[in-house]
Ligand binder design. Structure first.
Ligand code: FHN
Length: 477
């Protein structure tokens, strides 16, 4: 009797389990061109990428020549989109190629500015939406080779940045306004024929880039949102496989391809497509749940939305303190922060950007310990700023962006963990007073009245001896 009761119980549990598994199964969409992997990449190249913390973005191309202005009129949108404006005929824009002669272009100087800022990687536009190539591509005449400049721009930049110890990622826009085969959608037979030609051209250019610049660590795709490209799940999937084979370790973000149901960034089973999430443009996540356990980077402009050089920056211009805080926030949530620069048409970098880079660099020189090779610390966010944790160590950084007037910095630790030491990053020999205020909650005391920039406190943690410390009674409510 007892046994049969047990059997009934077991059968019931089995049915419950099977129907649960079945329900789970049903939710899974069968995909041929979905994500290639569940979970993060663990190889060395990707681990290095994860530890960069801070990067630089470069938007440079023909659009830098008008700099957001045409015949004395200001274009309202982002300067690199000026070709799409009715106020400027397309052919007139395209003939800017005959004016591309950046006599002040100095790749070593650009790399020096990035290095001094503390950037560990750079993402450079090889070709933006206008289709103009900064390398002498064999597959189009719309390149630097046909400009008065005549020379490759990408090669010298890759060399200069690599020499400065900075890894290079190549930005590539799939959307190409200059190519006759580009379509926003494919509606007719002739669209289809034209787009087939465009696909071959795109493949050729990508293989060309990877072959010419073998030290590049990855490709940063853009202009992939139009229906024409979204419909190319099979082609894009095969191309991704081909590129990865040609260039082992290649890093590709979530913008490159859609699955066969047209889902972008995340496939129809909500799995990230590519090696990191590329959707954080001009915005940051607020909490760790927002990034779903994935790698990600945030790309950010200095004004509200200008990537290419715009003579007249309008609206709010971010300060170095804001950008440092964004870097801290990005790293505290397991991402990288990438700050955009839009060099001028003559190849020089505008003074405002140089100044910001220098200010961020001054901060990074003192505090980079809290940014490089750091990750999400797993602690509850506090109002004074951001926690980052050195990967593989028990050292936690507190990047202070809002100084509490009390001089008391709250920290909540997991049960069984205590603070063994607390100090200012710049004064490791002077211990700060740590006070336990509740179960697992502490104040680190540091009275600072003069800081005009974020600063870093460090706590070292260790396991607590059981039964040590005060006992706290929970409120009965
Ligand atoms: O349209 C572009 C824009 O010009 C710029 O290149 C940014 C950089 O992330 N990407 C596109 C918009 O997502």
């Amino acid at each position: 009797m007892k046994l049969s009761e047990k059997n009934i119980g077991l059968t019931f549990l089995m049915i419950l389990f099977l129907s649960f598994a079945n329900a789970q199964d049903k939710e899974q969409v069968k995909l041929v061109h979905g994500s290639h992997r569940v979970g993060k990449r663990t190889d060395e190249v990707m681990q290095k990428w994860r530890g960069y913390g801070l990067g630089q973005f470069i938007h440079w191309g023909l659009y830098a020549i008008p700099g957001g202005e045409w015949n004395g009129k200001q274009y309202d949108g982002a300067a690199e989109w000026i070709r799409s404006w009715n106020g400027i005929p397309k052919s007139t824009y395209d003939s800017l190629i005959y004016k591309f002669n950046p006599v002040n272009f100095n790749p070593e100087e650009w790399a020096g500015i990035a290095k001094n800022m503390g950037a560990k990687y750079v993402t450079i536009t090889t070709k933006h939406h206008d289709g103009f190539c900064l390398w002498p591509s064999k597959y189009t005449s719309y390149t630097v080779a046909k400009s008065p400049w005549k020379k490759d721009v990408i090669g010298p930049l890759v060399d200069a940045y690599n020499k400065a110890g900075i890894d290079v990622i190549l930005y590539f826009s799939i959307m190409d306004w200059n190519h006759p085969g580009w379509r926003y959608d494919i509606k007719t037979k002739s669209d289809s024929i034209a787009f087939e030609g465009f696909k071959k051209f795109t493949r050729n250019q990508l293989i060309e880039l990877l072959t010419r610049y073998p030290t590049a660590k990855g490709l940063w795709f853009d202009g992939t949102w139009d229906k024409s490209w979204v419909k190319q799940a099979e082609f894009a999937d095969e191309l991704e496989t081909e590129m990865r084979k040609l260039h082992p370790g290649l890093i590709i973000g979530s913008r490159f391809r859609a699955d066969e149901f047209g889902k972008r960034h995340f496939d129809s089973n909500h799995v990230l497509m590519g090696d990191y999430e590329q959707g954080w443009e001009r915005k940051l996540p607020n909490k760790i749940e927002d990034v779903h356990g994935n790698d990600w980077d945030c790309v950010m402009t200095v004004p509200e939305n200008q990537w290419g050089y715009n003579k007249a920056w309008k609206g709010h211009i971010k300060t170095s303190n804001e950008l440092i805080e964004m870097t801290a926030k990005a790293v505290s949530l397991g991402g990288n922060f990438v700050l955009n620069f839009g060099p001028k048409g003559d190849g020089s970098i505008r003074d405002e950007e140089k100044k910001l880079a220098a200010e961020i660099g001054n901060w990074m020189k003192v505090n980079n310990e809290a940014i490089y090779n750091c990750e999400y610390a797993g602690l509850e966010k506090q109002d004074w700023g951001y926690f980052t944790k050195k990967t593989g160590a028990d050292k936690i950084h507190m990047i202070v962006c809002n100084i509490p007037v009390s001089g008391a910095y709250q920290v909540k630790l997991p049960a069984g963990t205590g603070i063994s030491k607390a100090y200012l990053l710049t004064q490791p020999d002077e211990r700060l007073n740590v006070e336990e205020i509740q179960s697992n909650a502490y104040f680190v005391h540091y009275k600072n009245t003069g800081a005009d920039k974020p600063f870093v406190l460090v706590i070292e943690t260790s396991s607590k001896v059981k039964g040590s410390g005060n006992s706290y009674e929970k409120a009965k409510t």
